[in-house]
Design a protein around this ligand. Structure first.
Ligand code: NAD
Length: 363
């Protein structure tokens, strides 16, 4: 297989590239703008492989994207490039609308043009996989689960932009026959996760004995999925998914934020004992505006149709993740020192300044 991966220098994209290039031997072209969230250091294990290529490009740049399709001639595209952090979308929504909606539109049009000119056999085989989030479904009551037929009800600028892009992808399938697939997955965690998101932020603050911020009462529930399980799900959907379908991807691990933080405290204490248990560092802070209370995925469809199932439980995945951060300060230290050191984001008053990328701010 020969695929374009957009956003391949980000958290999930880099895990996908490492898997496809390193374990599956696919030819991969990573197309990434290198925003603050990108880190090419996440790809050191594959960057010299002959089946890996990188091009720095903005998915909103139609001329560049058309050229990339024409030159690389892929069998498919896995589209992950996005602005992805809900807190940042609250204080600065414009980039979310531009990249997540307009950028997806550029990719759909470029893919349609390229696909329309393929020979019949290649046209049949071509796939456009759009990677989206369960946040498009809104917030759940206790005991309920998102399925592929749950109505869309996005609540944040981020989830509204992702919902819009999902609708564009479905429309390109219905109107033009483009062979698209959509995945909506729950919150990912694992190695190489940019330390603005809950799990890496808490691990690093705990390691450095800094306050551990918990939004609201800590009762919000997220359904955690280990990133290496997620990339196998994406690959299964690209290879065997039914065209035009949506697949929800989840790890069957709905957990309250406070329990996640407590679990990390105990693991960090075990790795690096301290006089005061890390749980003492937990600090409740004002809630995120419009914070969805509960997400939980029913992954029955992908499990039964495609035979995929998350291999990691939350306990095994979080233990592996904490260990990875202990062993890989070379990766996260430059980010903490130069790009984002943990300041509160997403407050309506007092928004944080726009981040600079490692490219603009090299170590
Ligand atoms: P990330 O923020 O870590 O990485 C995004 C990548 O996209 C970065 O490398 C960035 O440079 C690139 N990018 C941003 N704007 C671009 C543009 N205009 N052109 C080209 N590249 C651009 O994101 P992630 O957590 O890896 O998420 C990947 C995808 O998965 C996103 O589409 C996100 O919505 C979706 N998703 C993420 C999660 C999660 O828990 N992280 C859950 C569900 C869905």
């Amino acid at each position: 297989m020969r695929v374009i991966v957009t956003g391949g220098a980000g958290f999930i994209g880099s895990a996908l590239v490492r898997y496809l290039v390193g374990e599956r031997g696919w030819d991969v072209l990573n197309v990434d703008k290198l925003t603050y969230a990108a880190n090419l250091q996440s790809l050191t294990s594959v960057r010299d492989r002959t089946n890996y290529r990188f091009v720095q490009a903005d998915i909103c740049d139609a001329a560049a994207i058309n050229r990339i399709f024409a030159d690389f001639r892929p069998d498919g595209i896995m589209h992950l490039a996005a602005e992805s952090h809900v807190d940042r979308s609250i204080s600065s929504s414009a980039e979310f609308i531009t990249t997540n909606i307009l950028g997806t539109h550029v990719l759909l049009e470029a893919a349609r043009k390229y696909w329309g000119e393929l020979a019949p056999g290649q046209r049949e085989a071509f796939r456009f996989l759009h990677v989206s989030t369960d946040e498009v479904y809104g917030s759940l009551d206790d005991g309920a689960f998102f399925t592929e037929s749950t109505a869309y009800d996005p609540r944040s600028p981020y989830s509204a932009s992702k919902a819009s892009s999902d609708h564009l992808v479905s429309a390109w399938r219905e109107t033009y026959g483009l062979p698209t697939l959509i995945t909506n997955c729950s919150n990912n965690y694992g190695p190489y996760h940019f330390p603005e998101k809950l799990i890496p932020l808490i691990i690093l603050n705990a390691l450095e004995k800094k306050p551990l911020p918990v939004y609201g009462d800590g009762g919000n529930v997220r359904d955690w999925l280990y990133v290496e399980d997620h990339v196998k799900a994406l690959t299964a959907v690209l290879e065997r998914g039914r065209v035009g379908e949506t697949y929800n991807v989840g790890g069957r691990a709905p957990t309250r934020n406070l329990s996640v933080v407590e679990c990390i405290c105990d693991l960090v204490d075990a790795h690096s004992p301290s006089e005061e248990p890390r749980r003492k560092l937990i600090t409740f802070v004002p809630d995120r505006p419009g914070h969805d209370r509960r997400y939980a995925i029913d992954p029955t469809k992908i499990e039964t149709e495609l035979g995929w199932r998350a291999q990691q439980t939350f306990d095994t995945g979080i233990a592996a993740t904490v260990k990875w951060y202990f062993d890989n300060a070379w990766w996260w230290k430059p980010l903490r020192d130069n790009v984002y050191s943990g300041a509160r984001l997403g407050l309506l008053e007092n928004p944080a300044p726009a981040p600079r990328s490692l490219v603009e701010n090299p170590v």
